[in-house]
Design a protein around this ligand. Structure first.
Ligand code: FAD
Length: 593
């Protein structure tokens, strides 16, 4: 089929998974096992997905460090961490299914670190407690040294090869394709090596495209984290949920952004200011440096604002781990040492590491139920499943992290909901089922590719991207207020206007990185818009969303999700699920660490 300047080929599958990170590969593994024809599309070689960078571990009550540990304690911590807008049914599902999902990884060969007795090693992480917050710090994060994501992703990739999963590596997915009834049944893609454009058709499409940390200037994420799945969904007139909620990790390497895992503090490290004082006990007397991430990030900003920041510019603090001793650092935090020596010229065995809060994780995303099915709402606010479309991993919002994610809970989210979506697809899709692509929808899905090929002059993507990242960093950072955000929105509107005129200078087919960067930028811009309007709308402070003009949490008006619609930049409310199945609901309480 030819549309505009583009010749399209078509390939048919039962299931398509867009994304070869931890969530995508866990889902494809589940589906491959049953014999459905499943393909994974990834714009990078799968083991280069951002999951490979996860350091600290995967949190789960496998009762290895503490034989009495209980998934309900993990559930309580996660709900409290979410500042009560995580869906309690989804959190219950993740925490109770988690142990089985982690043992599966162990049996697939994931090389976890071990305790002396041979059981999987677990370290303390922020926001973890025993006995529903009353029993002190728990140690619940299962780790493979400080390269857990690397071990997890390689294990899953190998398991997929064994099951015969089909891979389209270095293929870029552009937009969703639907049938005449509006059910999703394909994706437009191109092979980055040759430029060849295809419609990949399937009866279930899973968006496992990861986060969008590149929307901020300072972030810990890979260059490929550009929210492509969010862009696709938003352009299909489907909503995005809780997009105001961005996690700023307290310890990004100053000047570089690389992550210094929370495991540093889990192993006994702590933060100090320019006076050499350990300041976290002044803010969080019980949890100290292991208070949840939103809390620690705000405390660092307050220390800096009070003039106790370090360095010439007094704009960062220090993470001290030298007292742990050279042996412990080399054994448990080898990557951290290497990164800080390479990028900050600091050997943490001898001196503290300069750190600053840095954008790390997108709590918001594509709303789904616990089966990974994508949701929209009708006029009365009732949830409706979008036919054929699933989402999992950081791209999705199921929602287990609410307004603030606890460390180690993302890797768990990937494998628990990757598996759940795989199971649901196995139950609901039959092999070789027929469906028909809608011609208009196919045309729409390659419209941007044609437009770029025809562009003769206009805006440069690199300038626009830089401007957008700067606006997000300046106007939608750790602390927010109405005036600042309104100014930010005005600037974003200008960038939106200019982006309509974006110009592809390089029209070549092979490895055209400018084309990829433009498509990624347009997806980031969808993410930025969703963040900006949702943040302006939520008139309270909750979790990662800290407003100077509304400093308190307002459960009367805002114990709810926000839903952003691209059309008209509208933001509406959606109920939080406060009805777990096997335990009583956890009632919202003041959040103290
Ligand atoms: C530095 C760092 C450390 C972290 N440490 C931890 C930790 O210790 N514990 C924890 O629980 N969490 C951690 N996290 C968070 C966690 O790693 C991520 O949330 C998680 O790995 C995301 O996995 P994913 O499967 O959703 O997507 P990713 O691993 O990000 O993969 C996305 C996939 O989608 C593909 N893709 C995207 N767009 C397209 C497109 N248009 N076309 C084709 N393919 C596309 C990519 O090629 C890739 O394969 C960390 C995050 C960072 C950045």
């Amino acid at each position: 089929m030819k549309i505009g300047k583009i010749e399209l080929t078509q390939k048919d599958f039962d299931v398509l998974i867009i994304g070869g990170g931890g969530s995508g590969l866990r889902a494809s593994l589940e589906i491959s096992k049953t014999g459905l024809n499943v393909a994974v599309v990834s714009k990078v070689f799968p083991t280069r997905s951002h999951t490979v960078a996860a350091q600290g571990g995967i949190t789960c009550a496998i009762a290895s460090a503490d034989p009495n540990d209980d998934w309900r304690w993990h559930m309580f911590d996660t709900i409290k961490g979410s500042d009560y807008i995580g869906d309690q049914n989804a959190i219950e599902y993740m925490c109770s299914e988690g142990p089985e999902a982690v043992f599966e990884l162990e049996h697939l060969g994931l090389p976890f670190s071990r305790f002396e007795n041979g059981r999987i090693y677990q370290r303390p992480f922020g926001g973890q407690s025993k006995e529903f917050g009353e029993g002190g710090q728990a140690a619940r994060t299962c780790a493979a040294a400080d390269r857990t994501g690397h071990a997890l992703l390689h294990t899953l990739y190998q398991a997929n090869l064994k099951e015969g999963t089909k891979f389209f590596n270095e293929w870029f997915a552009v937009d969703l394709v639907k049938d005449a009834k509006g059910n999703v049944n394909g994706v437009s893609c191109f092979d980055m090596e040759t430029g060849e454009v295809s419609i990949l058709k399937a009866n279930a499409v899973v968006l496992a495209t990861g986060g969008a940390g590149q929307v901020y200037e300072q972030n810990t994420t890979s260059l490929i984290c550009t929210g492509d799945g969010l862009g696709m969904v938003s352009r299909s007139e489907l909503p995005l949920q809780d997009m105001e909620m961005w996690q700023f990790h307290p310890t990004g390497l100053y000047g570089n952004g690389s992550l210094m895992t929370e495991g540093c503090r889990g192993e006994g490290g702590y933060l100090i200011n320019s006076e050499g004082d350990r300041f976290m006990p002044n803010y969080a007397p019980k949890a100290k440096d292991l208070a949840s991430r939103d809390v620690v990030s705000r405390c660092i900003v307050q220390e800096i604002l009070a003039g106790r920041g370090c360095g010439d510019k007094k704009d960062h603090v220090l993470l001290k781990i030298d007292h742990l001793g050279a042996d412990a650092i080399k054994q448990k935090l080898p990557e951290i040492r290497e990164i800080s020596m390479t990028f900050a010229n600091v050997d943490p065995i001898k001196e503290p590491i300069p750190v600053v809060p840095t954008c790390h994780y997108m709590m918001g995303g594509i709303p789904t139920n616990v089966n990974g099915q994508v949701l929209k709402t009708d006029d009365l606010g009732k949830d409706i499943v979008v036919g054929g479309l699933y989402s999992i991993g950081e791209a999705a919002n199921v929602s287990v992290h609410g307004a603030n994610r606890l460390g180690g809970n993302s890797l768990l989210d990937l494998v628990v909901f990757g598996r759940a979506a795989g199971r649901h697809i196995n139950e609901s899709i039959t092999k070789n089922e027929e469906s028909i692509l809608d011609r208009d929808s196919v045309e729409n899905s390659v419209e941007i590719l044609n437009r770029l090929l025809e562009s003769k002059k206009g805006e440069n993507v690199f300038d626009l991207r830089k401007k957008m990242q700067n606006v997000m960093q300046t106007y939608f950072g750790v602390y927010r207020n109405e005036k600042l955000m309104q100014e930010g929105i005005n600037k974003l509107q200008e960038i939106n206007r200019l982006s309509k005129d974006i110009h592809l200078r390089d029209k070549s087919n092979q490895f055209n990185s400018e084309r990829v960067e433009i498509l990624e930028f347009l997806n980031l811009l969808e993410t930025a818009n969703a963040t900006a309007y949702s943040a302006l709308e939520r008139k309270e402070s909750r979790g990662a969303h800290a407003r100077e003009d509304f400093p308190n949490r307002d459960d009367n008006n805002w114990l709810c999700h926000s839903l952003y619609q691209k059309n008209g930049n509208k933001v509406s409310k959606r109920d939080v699920n406060l009805k777990p199945i096997s335990v009583d609901a956890f009632k919202p309480k003041a959040r103290v660490y």
